[in-house]
Design a protein around this ligand. Sequence first.
Ligand code: PLP
Length: 509
Amino acid sequence: MKTELYLDSNATTGILPSALDAATRTLAESYGNPSSTHSAGLRAKAILDGTRTRACRLLGVGDGRLMFNSGATEGIQTAVLSALCAVRERRPQGGLILYGATEHKAVPESLAHWNRVLGLGLEIRKLPVDGNGRHDLDVLRALAPQAVLVCTMAANNETGTISDLDGITAALAGSPALWLVDCVQALGKLPLRLADTRIDYAPFSGHKLYAPKGVGMLYVRAGAPYTPLMTGGGQESGLRAGTENMPGIAALGAVLAELEAGTSFRCRAELEGLRQRLVASLRRAFPDVVINTPLDMSLPTTLNITVPGLTSSQLLDTFDAADIRVSAGSACSAAKALPTYVLEAMGFPDWRSSNAVRISLGAATDDATVDAACRRIEECGEVLRHRGPAGTGAPLPALAAPAAEMELDADDLLAFLAAQPAAILVDVRDDVEHVVSRLPAPLKKAVNVPLARLTADVPDWLAAENRPPIVFFCRSGNRSARAASALRALGYDNAFHLGGGLALAPAWT
Ligand code: PLP
């Protein structure tokens, strides 16, 4: 089997070996509660203090506060709650809340939520961005005097666009607004000296930089208003109650130690070199590929592309079959891709924003991964150019509700195939996916009948005298469930499918 090439690091990263080791040791050995005053508690507290000291040093927190929490969504909530509680006290006459049009959903959602819950009724307005995804500073300058809270990001998660934080600072000169900067994608990739800036709140998330999910940090400038989101046992100096996620904090500490030592993470120039290799391969694979990321003002780890004539799900499915994990730049349903609001805000036409694909390296991605990805991308391009994506074909017959008895899991399937040597295995993925993937040994004899063309083969199967078992499979189990239930709806009771698809068949890899 091919090894998985994980190029979706803006969604989440794997975990560094030293972080895994730190988390495991904390779970097994240093499991004390850092609030306890006995020796086990003191050992846990030393881990907590060590991570905080390191984070404060790395981020230039100065006399500001830095608390641990569950991640950036919580940090954003806490910052928004804090700012809006202060606004309620200070400015009962109202004011404007501004947020960048390309912010992560956590920002507008929490603005709307807390504005409603606190009964403020403030106007929330989107700050437009230009074609590079950078904030419109003229609009910001004009609105800044009325603004009470401004939310922007340091770098965008879909395109990698790096915001002009100095320009925003200048545009906010003289404004009473509090300023939240979502620094999730910047950690480990951009230098941050927070106390030297005008930033009031900066949320971070561990799982975007090789620490586990469920741990994050929030920076609060000295003197910036603060209201705890959670109260209780007084942890985090009363700023965030709840017993700390010690394995997560220990792991984050290990990641920050490597960041500080410069051991595991690549410098900007090296990462840029990796991205350029990907761009070159993508151009060879898809000569008319369009790059949506502004390469000269973005994180070197992010590359957002659209290939004219290919939907994001076609590209994604093909890459996934070739064991390259990337993501759609857009919210995407199987039937129709929806335009991503980030690319829409940048003014891109619908075909471009609906079919965007994001490739994102981690700060620790190695050359071998990118070299292998480049080769596989070029293979995918070759196959797609010569075969084209599957057509739509005739509609499938009315579907019966997927029945549990037609579903086989990976272990069931091996036993089933041993007991039923005449069974027909059918890969219902598009033919391109079939060609670029290496099927595991038990599935090697499968025939490929893409779901879109299934109706053409159904009459032959129905006419067969002994109706051998047919087992459909695909990547996730969705298309195969549709195929099996369609066949059963036509009276072919011997139709089955691999539940969870190839993705959940790790024992064979
Ligand atoms: N902000 C940005 C820019 C992100 O990319 C993400 C995660 O996708 C978040 C906020 C939310 O982070 P978390 O998963 O830690 O809640």
